[in-house]
Design a protein around this ligand. Sequence first.
Ligand SMILES: [Zn+2]
Length: 88
Amino acid sequence: MPTNVMEWGFVLIFFILPGSIGAYVAYTKGRNPFLWLLLNGLFAPTVMITLFQRPLRPVQGHYRQCPKCSEFSKWRETSCRFCGTGLS
Ligand SMILES: [Zn+2]
């Protein structure tokens, strides 16, 4: 266990921070936040995988799925960025 402030800072930056970011991003992409919390927390570079992977399903407030080409677009976008179909 960490014994002083420096060690806690180290743990925070290299494990807790990437773990939390990974868990949140995974959640917004419809993936398992606990799995990615563990993975990103144990090995921080895997946060890059979490950030760049495609959403698994549409998530309210984060991603919409195009009804025509089934690609995902950001929630705030009004038309599909792949085929231009209007999203609602
Ligand atoms: Zn589309």
